[in-house]
Design a protein around this ligand. Structure first.
Ligand code: CUA
Length: 246
């Protein structure tokens, strides 16, 4: 059912539990409103025929609605809206509150690329690697204008604002590659401000991270030159990250 509706509505694949929940609410809203619209259309057609004007002397009778009809016609749609809110608001709250054990990744938008930085290294441009099945928190900012970090498959979209951090989080359910877009018009190459989310099996991600960091450590070992003051390791790592980012 989920798969059928997803295809019917041309929605991208669902790469997280959050995506499935958002879609479930979307199906519910769209199905109830479609059924409601069809009901209104059928009733209107029936009324056109049943209550058509039969002669020039036909007058419209005065209709006094009963209280029960008023209650039904106001209460029905109101109940639906309240129900949608009752489902959607907890989804919004859960998306706004990253779990405490989430892995942090810094995301920086810049005309016209996405930069990713893992605390302690490494850095990357346009490719965000994350482990499957683990929560990831994104701390998002921009170096110039307003961008918007958008991953359709995760159903997340968050503005990247200069001079301030925004955050969102996700837990990708299985390995795969997903598109990243910029969803805020930011200049000439807005449409090519693309990235890729690579969800790796957790073990592969850990191995990749270890390799990346040992590469940084090797650069660090090679750093001291005879006679030069040995700098604390953290500043070398910082420099490595800066160089990698440029
Ligand atoms: Cu960045 Cu549009």
């Amino acid at each position: 059912m989920n798969e059928l509706l997803r295809r019917l509505l041309f929605l991208p694949e669902q790469a997280s539990e959050h995506a499935r929940q958002v879609d479930a609410l979307h199906y519910f809203v769209i199905l109830t409103t479609m059924i409601g619209a069809a009901g209104v259309f059928l009733a209107a057609t029936w009324f056109f025929v049943r209550y058509r004007r039969r002669s020039d002397r036909d007058t419209t009778p005065q209709v006094e609605p009963k209280a029960i009809h008023e209650i039904l016609f106001i209460g029905g749609p109101l109940a639906l809206f309240v129900l949608w809110f009752a489902i959607g608001f907890p989804q919004y709250v859960s998306l706004s509150l990253p779990p405490a054990d989430a892995m942090d990744v810094y995301v920086q938008g810049k005309k016209w690329m996405w930069k990713f930085a893992y605390p302690g290294g490494p850095n990357a441009i346009d490719t965000l690697r994350v482990p499957a099945g683990r929560p990831v928190r994104l701390l998002i900012t921009s170096r110039d204008v307003i961008h918007s970090f958008y991953v359709p498959a995760l159903r997340i979209k968050m503005d990247a604002l200069p001079g301030r951090y925004t955050q969102t989080w996700f837990n990708a359910s299985r390995p795969g590659r997903y598109e990243i877009f910029c969803a805020e018009y930011c200049g000439l190459s807005h449409s090519s401000m693309l990235g890729e989310l690579v969800v790796m099996p957790a073990e592969d991600f850990d191995a990749w991270m270890t390799r990346q960091r040992s590469g940084l450590a090797a650069a660090q070992d090679a750093a001291p030159v005879p006679g030069e003051r040995v700098r604390p390791a953290s500043s070398v790592v910082e420099e490595g990250r800066r160089v990698a980012a440029e």
